[in-house]
Design a binder for this molecule. Structure first.
Ligand code: NDP
Length: 483
């Protein structure tokens, strides 16, 4: 199986190669097969990308929003028309099953393009009366934005960043994770075909150092990163040197709180979705599942039955429900956390082994009797490993749910809606669900609090993060100077 793109980078409207860059091997994690060989961006490629973005943005920012929108809406339609081929590529790049990529990855990217295309023409300033004088405000693009992506939802992340940036008049230079570099190139191709002027969306490949070079370039006005907290800290600090705008979408250790009165099947289903979808490689996963003691035994029994029935295997088989992890490194990390959980006294309910060799597979795994101090309850695993913790009272669970530096997401399951609202009001998280989990429609702002990030993607909230306000004071009479 080969998925070799025309070249490694997409700059100024076309594919660009520079074989002087260090090699990147792209691996299909279900088999370990090398499906493409790319090169990291050299300084010359980075320079070409930034220069073309700066040049193209000047004109794009002045274009009528409705004209920009038309191009992005066309791109959304093209993605939907080509969903099958794009999803296949996403599966090869990430190892996620076709059953997921065909409904969750590119389709969500198309939604973002459509949503921001629709929103952009209605983004306006305000008029502020001041007696005879007045102020009006303009919402201006920021300029050149840098997007840096994680490997878990590579094409969705590229679209979620490109769509608001472009719709609101900015240009973007995007660096995918070196683990999953293929999808963003397709987005660049599609945008050009949809009519986007050259230079407005460039893709450069590379590891952290390439991201670092982009973030510190004086032409860059904003940096949007999706990644881990340690990387977020570094990128945030580097961006701060140039007082740049930032959006940081970082990791989590999110609580999912299940009260005794919750609908059992829905709660079990949500806990599974929130731990096993994409083989657990989802930032907002509810990886600390707090179950009220009265429901615990029934919950664990049903959870084990349903988890053991998950069909794991070849991600290209449409019947497969769970594929491999993205890489051998991730598999080693996840198995390390499973070993630690056992050593620290958590009780293994199901799973716990690497499986379906070759390939980077690990079974859907559930640990019960997890306590707050265990490593499994504190650190982001980014694999299909669920920690179930017991609790007795509402007050207790809120305090324990908040007892983490992360604050990305949280969920509550209860038949008592008043309690649901009361609890989420006290949970420290940027995105919460009541009787649902991990649904992230583009209409809804998404992002973290505490160490899980700053800024929001999606929804109207994203307007704040891809525009800046200019205030214009208009004097209507003579200037009244005291000297
Ligand atoms: P990393 O933090 O390792 O990497 C994120 C991106 O940053 C990659 O493209 C990486 O490049 C790049 N990078 C690394 N170092 C630097 C640097 N010094 N300067 C600039 N760029 C740099 O995350 P992963 O790719 O491992 O993704 C998993 C993490 O992402 C998890 O913590 C997860 O929770 C988080 N995430 C958050 C989401 C959210 O919306 N909140 C959504 C999805 C994931 P390279 O990989 O090539 O080294």
């Amino acid at each position: 199986m080969k998925a070799q793109p025309e070249a490694s980078h997409f700059v100024d409207g076309r594919y660009l190669e520079d074989a002087a860059g260090a090699e990147i091997e792209v691996i299909f994690p279900a088999t370990g097969e090398v499906i493409a060989r790319l090169h990291e961006a050299t300084p010359a490629v980075i320079e070409a990308a930034l220069a073309s973005a700066a040049r193209a943005q000047a004109e794009w920012g002045r274009m009528r929003p409705v004209e920009r929108s038309r191009i992005l809406r066309r791109a959304a339609d093209m993605i939907r028309d080509r969903n099958e081929a794009l999803s296949l590529l996403e599966t090869l790049d990430t190892g996620k099953p076709l059953q997921e990529t065909t409904v969750a990855d590119w389709p969500s990217g198309a939604d973002a393009l459509e949503f921001f295309a629709g929103l952009a023409p209605s983004v306006t300033g305000e008029t502020i009366p001041l007696g005879q004088d007045f102020v009006y405000t303009l919402r201006e693009p920021l300029g050149v934005c840098v997007g840096i992506g994680a490997w878990n939802y590579p094409s969705q992340i590229a679209c979620w960043k490109a769509a608001p940036a472009l719709a609101l008049g900015n240009a973007m230079v995007f660096k995918p994770s070196e683990v999953t570099p293929l999808g963003a190139l397709k987005l660049a191709e599609i945008l050009i075909e949809a009519g986007l002027p050259a230079g407005l969306f460039n893709v450069v490949q590379g590891r952290g150092a390439v991201g670092g070079a982009l973030v510190t370039d004086p032409r860059v006005a904003k940096v949007s990163l999706t990644g881990s907290v340690p990387t977020g800290r570094k990128v945030y600090a580097a961006a701060a040197e140039g007082v740049r705008h930032v959006t940081m979408e970082l990791g989590g250790k999110s609580p999912l709180v299940i009260f005794d009165d919750a609908d059992l099947e829905s709660a079990v289903g949500a806990a599974m979705l929130g731990n096993f979808y994409s083989a657990g490689q989802v930032c907002s996963n509810g990886t600390r599942v707090f179950v009220q003691r009265g429901l615990k035994d029934r919950f664990l029994k049903r959870l084990a039955e349903r988890s053991e029935a998950i069909r794991m295997g070849d991600p290209l088989d449409p019947e497969t429900q769970m594929g491999p992890l993205v890489s051998q490194a991730q598999l080693d990390k996840v198995l390390g956390y499973i070993g630690k959980a056992k050593a620290e006294g958590a009780r293994l309910v199901c799973g716990g082994e690497a499986s379906v060799s070759p390939g980077c597979y690990v079974q859907p795994t559930v640990f019960a009797d997890v306590t707050d101090g265990m490593t499994l309850a504190c650190e982001e695993v980014f694999g299909p490993v669920m920690a179930v913790l017991d609790f007795d009272t509402e007050e207790e669970v809120i305090a324990r749910a908040n007892g983490t530096d992360f604050g990305l997401a949280a969920g509550v399951f209860t038949a008592d809606l008043a309690r649901g609202h009361r609890v989420v009001a006290q949970l420290q998280a940027g995105t919460c669900w009541i009787n649902a989990y991990n649904l992230t429609p583009v209409e809804s702002p998404f992002g973290g609090s505490k160490m899980s990030g700053v800024g929001r993607e999606n929804g109207k909230a994203a307007i704040e993060h891809y525009t800046q306000v200019k205030s214009v004071y208009v004097g209507m009479g003579p200037v009244d100077a005291p000297y």
